[in-house]
Design a protein around this ligand. Sequence first.
Ligand SMILES: CC(C)(COP(=O)(O)OP(=O)(O)OC[C@H]1O[C@@H](n2cnc3c(N)ncnc32)[C@H](O)[C@@H]1OP(=O)(O)O)[C@@H](O)C(=O)NCCC(=O)NCCS
Length: 144
Amino acid sequence: MGVRIRRLRAGDVAAVVGIERRITGSRRTSALGRYLRRALRTREGICLVAEVDGEAAGFIVGDVRPWEFGEDREVAWVKVVGVDPRHQGEGLGRRMGEQFVAELRRRGIRRAKTLVEWDSGDLVAYFRSLGFDRSGAVVLERTV
Ligand SMILES: CC(C)(COP(=O)(O)OP(=O)(O)OC[C@H]1O[C@@H](n2cnc3c(N)ncnc32)[C@H](O)[C@@H]1OP(=O)(O)O)[C@@H](O)C(=O)NCCC(=O)NCCS
């Protein structure tokens, strides 16, 4: 199995949206495709793809914010990560996460954050395996 982690390209967007659909089981068009096309245009995001034998099989998408709740330095956020269910558990998520962190180090970014639903045990375990830990902050929200 030839695995390569590389930057997202415009030609990957449809495949990535397909992977998201297979994970969520939803047929609705999500906002991910639009977000990725914009990120490619503005070059602001950090978007990586895991390729297996030449086909996109996973993705990790993040962005960098110049200032963040109480932080006075750049902070990177992982916005979404997904591995095609046919390839989960094969180490693609780990390799993408490690490369994401390596890219942050290269850019001199010292902190990464993400938001995970409290009952998404697989995602919590995944991020913990990459060295993330629970932060002291609490997310507050309301319906508007
Ligand atoms: C979480 C996810 C990204 C992990 O990617 P993966 O390639 O399957 O994971 P890896 O094989 O690289 O495993 C890395 C580590 O993650 C953890 N992990 C991965 N899947 C797990 C699961 N189902 N349960 C518990 N821990 C898990 C383990 O700690 C593992 O370390 P180990 O190999 O030492 O046990 C992937 O399973 C996924 O896409 N899940 C759905 C995510 C989702 O809902 N995204 C939002 C919609 S797109």
